[in-house]
Design a protein around this ligand. Structure first.
Ligand SMILES: [Zn+2]
Length: 136
């Protein structure tokens, strides 16, 4: 497993905000029934992922923004690629895109929320090649 100092890269890879190594989710996004499962703590540094009970309820607001963007982009693509088809084509395309991208939307909304409002900073002791860090 590689470590990156880049917070943006760690966010895109859905890694722990503290060590940039531990995965935030236990299964693949393609796992239909368990795509939202998260371990309680980071398996690498032991950071607790949920700062307070109910923290991830706030991810709904970010997920709403993602869903809106998915629907607007899908509608824009349908309009330009299919040359303004019938309304049922828009509705079907937007619904299919929204459902298919639900796992990514949910996972990235939780990840963004944790990085922005989790109050967890990157700890350079976990940098690749550094001496093994001890748990705080
Ligand atoms: Zn960690």
């Amino acid at each position: 497993m590689t470590t990156s100092d880049s917070t943006a890269l760690a966010l895109l890879q859905q890694r722990c905000p503290r060590c940039h190594q531990g995965p935030l989710f236990t299964t693949s996004a393609l796992h239909v029934t368990r795509f939202a499962e998260m371990p309680a703590d980071c398996p690498v540094c032991g950071q607790h992922y949920e700062p307070e009970p109910g923290f991830f309820w706030g991810a709904m607001y970010i997920s709403y923004a993602f869903s809106t963007a998915i629907m607007l982009i899908t509608g824009f693509l349908v309009y330009h690629l299919l040359h303004d088809p019938a309304v049922w084509v828009y509705v079907t395309s937007v619904a299919v895109a929204a459902v298919l991208l639900t796992p990514l939307s949910l996972r990235y909304s939780r990840t963004v929320l944790l990085y922005l409002f989790g109050g967890i900073d990157y700890d350079t002791r976990y940098r690749a090649g550094a001496a093994p860090a001890t748990r705080r």
